[in-house]
Design a protein around this ligand. Sequence first.
Ligand code: TYM
Length: 334
Amino acid sequence: SLRVLTGIKPTGVPHLGNYVGAIRPAVAASRAQGVESFFFLADYHALISTQDPLRVQRSTLEIAASWLACGLDPERVAFYRQSDVPETTELTWLLTCVAGKGLLNRAHAYKAAVDRNRAEGDDDDAGVTAGLYMYPVLMAADILLFNAHRVPVGRDQVQHIEMARDFAQRFNHLYGEHFTLPEAAIEEQVATLPGLDGRKMSKSYDNVIPLFAPREELRRLVFSILTDSRLPGEAKDTEGSALFQLYQAFADVDETAAMRSAYAEGIAWGEAKERVFERIDAELAPLRERYRELAADPAAIERMLRHGGERLRDEEARPFLAQLRSAVGLRDLA
Ligand code: TYM
């Protein structure tokens, strides 16, 4: 069967980018016949960007509740917390020893940190932890530990998945065919959802729309999306319009075509925003309700995650690591 796997870093509340880039396509894929799904909270990854233990714990439960509110069925899906499967870190080491350092030098997140330092006249690696540098290797371990075929993600994660393929290929070449080569699954319509200011929606740009913002806040945020100064009656460009891209991520083909015509006919920005807001709210209102109920019982979510992690450890991670340990020449722990 086809294995689909994806994770989200618990560093804050989930936003619309996480929803359209990862949660919605992953949940849809998990409903298909013949698909085995693995969805997890990447809390080891969260430590790279936050040193606030309470935030990690709170965000883990919030993002878990979000997955469930968006339709994840824990009976069909392996749903777990990354750190509940500590074999992940052992596999990270095995992969570290085949990962090219030169390849890691080119990872986007690391390069962005170096570029920032250069722009400010600092040392290249000022403030860069080895954790940030190793980010792609840890992520490769997540994917390869369960030999996932497809990884639904937004465009920003594609490079990491290509690196996972590279590490898997090198390992297979040295030690035999242990790993499946994973592929990114990208929804072209929403590969990169823009935020309020038109840049990629991202916690680090402070431009996000929280997935479960109450209706009034959602309206306020949609109305705060940056638009140009064209007046009602003047034709508007869909190209480069964050508002249009946001609409497209929620609308079907006919609705999108109708909005395109409205832009050409010079719809007023206020009117366009009202339509975008109503469309998004129509999809999210029922999920928001469900989220509120789920978030009220964190103990139930905690039990579900633990159960998911334990099962995966016993059935998948431990036996697979035993196989890999023996392949590289380490002692069999059994
Ligand atoms: P994270 O937590 O930054 O984001 C989670 C998912 O949301 C997608 N995403 C977006 N998609 C479209 N438009 C946006 N503006 C946007 N912002 C975020 C991301 O592409 C991602 O799919 N490294 C990952 C977590 C991770 C992972 C993995 C993913 C750890 N191990 C293994 C897949 C497989 C991350 O930081 O995602």
